[in-house]
Design a protein around this ligand. Sequence first.
Ligand SMILES: [Zn+2]
Length: 193
Amino acid sequence: MTRLGSGGRIEVICGCMYSGKTEELIRRLNHVQIARQRLQAFTPRRDTRYAVGNLVSHNGVRIEAQPIDSITEIRDYLRDDVQVVALDELHFLDDSADTIVETCQALADRGLRVIIAGLDQDYRAAPFPAMSRLLAVAEQADKLFAICVRCGAYATRSQRMIDGKPAPFDAPTIVVGGLELYEARCRACFEAG
Ligand SMILES: [Zn+2]
């Protein structure tokens, strides 16, 4: 495990919807707090599913987080003594992949532990460019899975549903939603639009 003073690093937690990314992020941040390391967490302002300004797991564990519109705002909010920076729901940021990767690299180069969570693929099963590149440069990458609602296999895809049917692929990429909008599906059960 990462120890205090061990230097900067990037950790990526990725996977499809319902794969437990936020739970895993909160689990790591809980350890950070127990270790009395100084932490700042951030969340995209577009993620309106839960209380703005908090990371909230499905079982109600809550960690205070600063809402941001751009990843570049992290540098504005950063305290001098912070040791760990966390960002949930990376895919909700509109920043370019260049901006996201450069910002994370700069933070890690300063000696910070940077933990990023987010979807690896959109609802078309196409990789998010920023996440793809972060996976390549990260010191640690964890890809989580959900359970396919159709067959019970390990799910790696997020099927977008509209009125109970798979959504066509020409619809907008990002819709903030919950159970009524996405299903976790395996490769075999995922339906291309
Ligand atoms: Zn399946």
